[in-house]
Design a protein around this ligand. Structure first.
Ligand code: GDP
Ligand code: MG
Length: 441
């Protein structure tokens, strides 16, 4: 017993060992966050092993921001794990490419096919959709509806039951029509699993896709690896799209899908609508996995830029997740008054690109002023509500009249509000470190 106590004391006095303890504590904490985010256990373990090799204990002993050093190392390691080392096939405008979508039923294939087509259509491409799902009743109707809404040509059949035949015919037809992006939607279920994979193999053989995209629901959790691998074994998966990132799931399964398919994530789905679709960006994705929200550098900036006396209130509101029009008003005031706060918000996705596009600050300011004029005509109740539904037509008409603006502009402002509220709500429950907390360890 005496020996073990003296050994413990010896350890206490040995700085390096204490720092190893810090490292382990930190890693354990991060591991918990990652497992909660559905990152596969094996991948977490590999990451831990690598971090221990990378992080220099002497640096930890000397530096103050131990947690930051470790977190940064983990961050970089996760970014690396999401990079399979080779880019996916990139379709070329004006040249025909066939892209086949695969994934289990409900993963979001049909929705994502349209989003993908729409994304390119907006850039002037000529996409087309082919429905090769003959298993699910109503599959063709769903695709047809989506395609019609987006004015994208589509092909499918109510009568034909052979998905291979439909896929082949559809691709042929759209090649003749000089479409440059022919997208093949497939089935995600079968009476037997083996039959599904065989069908995917046959559809792929018949349509010779330039790219096969594996669509994955962000909430499938630990099942992601096996699922992705099963598809990879039957068709040449070359890219991954993660859907439903607007929900609670953090999408850690994406790491598994990348590992299993050796393909990059190219887009994420962030809602049911056609335009709720984003090009995959690794940094915010990893921040979210680690439970850091999308705002790794955000807190630092807040401390730097927001006036001291306003910090606690703003942070409190952030963590509550209720975004009212009044908060929007106050933040607009800050933007106009102080300028630099726009830097803070430019770090938030959404605020940056749309509200304050680079090089167009003057116009953005004018827009913000216009919004504020309209908000000046709102009642207290309206300003403090976080329910956009209360803003009915008669209220919007009244605000338009009161501020001398067009009701269309009020509607536009409400759209902006809803967009910002959505971003804001992601911060709900965010643990807010007080200044200095990050280096407390
Ligand atoms: P499929 O069976 O793979 O073709 O999946 P669907 O495209 O039919 O999608 C299944 C359900 O998920 C539908 O209700 C979609 O509206 C929904 N969905 C798809 N992508 C997203 C997304 O990114 N976010 C949300 N919230 N729902 C989505
Ligand atoms: Mg479908």
């Amino acid at each position: 017993l005496g020996g073990s106590i003296s050994r413990a004391l010896q350890q206490m006095s040995n700085a390096t060992i204490i720092d190893e303890k810090v490292l382990n504590e930190c890693l354990n904490e991060i591991t918990r966050a990652l497992l909660q985010s559905d990152v596969q256990f094996k991948l977490v373990r590999d990451m831990q092993t690598n971090i221990k090799k990378i992080v220099n204990l002497d640096d930890l002993a000397a530096g103050h921001n131990k947690r930051k050093i470790i977190q940064q190392a983990v961050f970089n390691e996760l970014c690396k794990m999401l990079d399979p080392g080779k880019p996916s096939f990139i379709p070329k405008k004006g040249k025909t490419s066939v892209v086949m979508f695969v994934g289990l039923q409900g993963s979001g294939k049909t929705t994502t096919c349209t989003k993908y087509a729409y994304h390119y259509q907006k850039k002037g491409w000529k996409p087309a959709l082919v429905c090769a799902d003959t298993f699910r009743a109503g599959a063709f109707d769903q695709l047809k509806q989506n395609a019609t809404k987006a004015k994208i040509p589509f092909y499918g059949s109510y009568m034909e039951s052979d998905p291979v035949k439909i896929a082949e015919e559809g691709v042929e037809r759209f090649k003749k029509e000089n479409c440059d992006l022919i997208i093949v939607d497939t089935s995600g279920r079968h009476k037997q699993e083996a039959a599904l994979f065989e069908e995917m193999r046959q559809v792929s053989e018949a349509t010779k896709p330039d790219l096969v995209i594996f669509v994955m629901d962000s909430s499938i959790g630990q099942a992601a690896f096996d699922q992705a691998q099963a598809f990879k074994q039957s068709v040449a998966v070359g890219a991954v799209i993660v859907t439903k990132m607007d929900g609670h799931a953090k999408g850690g399964g994406a790491l598994s899908a990348v590992a299993a398919t050796k393909s990059p994530v190219i887009f994420i789905g962030t809602g049911e609508h056609m335009d709720e679709f984003e090009v995959f960006d690794v940094k915010p994705f990893v921040s979210r996995l680690l439970g850091m929200g999308d705002w790794s550098g955000f807190m630092d900036k807040i401390h730097e830029v927001v006036p001291m006396d306003q910090q606690p209130e703003l942070l409190q509101k952030l963590s509550e997740g209720n975004f009212t029009l009044r908060i929007m008003y106050e933040q607009f005031q800050n933007i106009l008054k102080m300028g630099p706060i726009s830097q803070v918000f430019s770090m938030l996705p959404g605020f940056s690109s749309e509200l304050m596009p680079k090089g167009r600050e003057k116009e953005s300011q004018a827009k913000i002023k216009r919004y504020m004029t309209m908000m000046d005509s709102m009642t207290e109740e309206e300003l403090d509500s976080s329910n956009p539904k209360m803003m009915n037509e008669s209220r919007m008409m009244r605000i338009a009249r009161g501020s001398g603006r067009h009701v269309r502009e009020v509607m536009e402002m409400m759209e902006e509000y809803k967009r910002l509220a959505k971003i804001w709500s992601k911060m709900k429950g965010l643990k807010i470190p007080k200044k200095g907390d990050m280096s407390a360890l």
